[in-house]
Design a binder for this molecule. Structure first.
Ligand code: IMP
Ligand code: MG
Length: 334
């Protein structure tokens, strides 16, 4: 067995979907597995010229790869069927490709009502927190209890460890949210209710020895959506929001913007054991033509893209010499 894991190193929305699609094209994965979160996530994917936003369903399905919603996830059944209809309506075959681990927990109407009352965290109001609360309170409902999901349900142990369907199981793990929103590592309580690190991927049934690469995904600036104060004071940060189209894929909320926090990036990389790093949206800063980031207590300004990229890469490699670092514009391939 072999597994590559994608982790977002900031606050979500760093372009995991783009990297996942790219990796699906260049590798012969047998499975793509979503390892955490629910339909609070919104993954924007450009496929054959069409823009698609998926919330639950891993991008593997766009590439004809078996796509599993793993046991670390929570699932809204109506949203799941809506996404299947949307994918089918633009000609993507989902038949026999999408599976749900039997032990995924269900987001109920009651969870949605409860989450709709949130005023403190600024949640996506998709029932995520209450569903995980009930999971850990051992009051949750499992996917295998839902008759309408019967044809999608699999036992993930059988699928990954016992099946003779594949000579070698090769998995791409696709995460949701990001390190800064992780329930343990984020800025609690302004976090989501699941784990957004490599540890979370392993919880979905894969032994750690199987990990090949950990793909860390970040942006060259930061965005965050939620109730805490995050927006920086420089007017260029508003430009970044407009040029970078930084509005929530799930809720449409404007994302707060700030400069890259290099210390957070290094911390997230070390904790996740990142071997390959993609820093996205460099083209947005190029259009704004302003180069700034934070390192420790210092705000650093650079003359141009090259100088800033050089500084980031040097700092990352000083901390993690084996890491490969890629800088990438908005829609281009890495
Ligand atoms: P929840 O996950 O809906 O409970 O929201 C908790 C926090 O995580 C809020 O600040 C949300 O805006 C944020 N959040 C949840 N999912 C995403 C995502 O996919 N992208 C960015 N922020 C997210
Ligand atoms: Mg997103």
């Amino acid at each position: 067995m072999l597994a590559d894991i994608i982790v977002d190193l900031q606050y979500g929305d760093c372009g995991k979907g783009k990297i996942a699609s790219h990796l699906c094209k260049i590798n012969d994965y047998t499975h793509v597995i979503r390892y955490n979160g629910g339909c609070n996530a919104g993954h924007t994917i450009y496929h054959n010229g069409e823009k698609i936003i998926t919330h639950h369903i891993p991008c593997g399905v766009l590439h004809g790869i078996k796509s599993i919603i793993g046991p670390g996830c929570v699932l809204n059944v109506d949203q799941f069927f809506k996404e299947i209809d949307e994918l089918e309506s633009i000609g993507i075959n989902t038949k026999n490709l999408i599976k749900i681990a039997s032990n995924v927990h269900i987001i109920t109407d009651f969870h949605l009502i409860q989450d709709s009352k949130d005023t403190e965290i600024g949640t996506t109001k998709r029932g995520n927190g209450p569903a995980y609360r009930d999971k850990y309170d051992r009051k949750g409902m499992l996917a295998l209890e839902m008759p309408m999901l019967a044809e999608y349900i699999i036992d993930i142990y059988d699928e990954l460890h016992q099946s003779s369907e594949f000579e070698e199981v090769k998995i791409l793990f696709e995460g949701a949210q990001g390190f800064g929103l992780d329930v343990d590592w984020g800025d609690y309580p302004f976090v989501t209710s699941s784990h957004c690190t490599v540890g979370s991927a392993i919880l979905n049934g894969v032994p750690p020895q199987c990990i090949r690469d950990v793909w860390g995904v970040a942006k060259i600036y930061e965005t965050y959506v939620g109730a805490k104060e995050f927006q920086g004071i420089d007017p260029e940060l508003d430009e970044i929001r407009e040029i970078g189209q930084e509005f929530g894929a799930t809720t449409g909320r404007p994302r707060q913007t700030n400069w890259l926090d290099l210390d957070l990036l290094i911390k997230a990389s070390k904790i996740n054991g990142v071997s390959k790093m993609v820093i996205n949206k460099v083209d947005v800063l190029e259009k704004v033509d302003f180069w700034k980031m934070y390192e420790g207590p210092h705000a650093l300004e650079f003359r141009n893209s090259k100088d800033m990229q050089g500084h980031i890469e040097h700092a990352l490699k000083t901390n993690m010499p084996q890491m490969e670092v890629f800088f990438s514009g908005n829609k281009e391939k890495i």
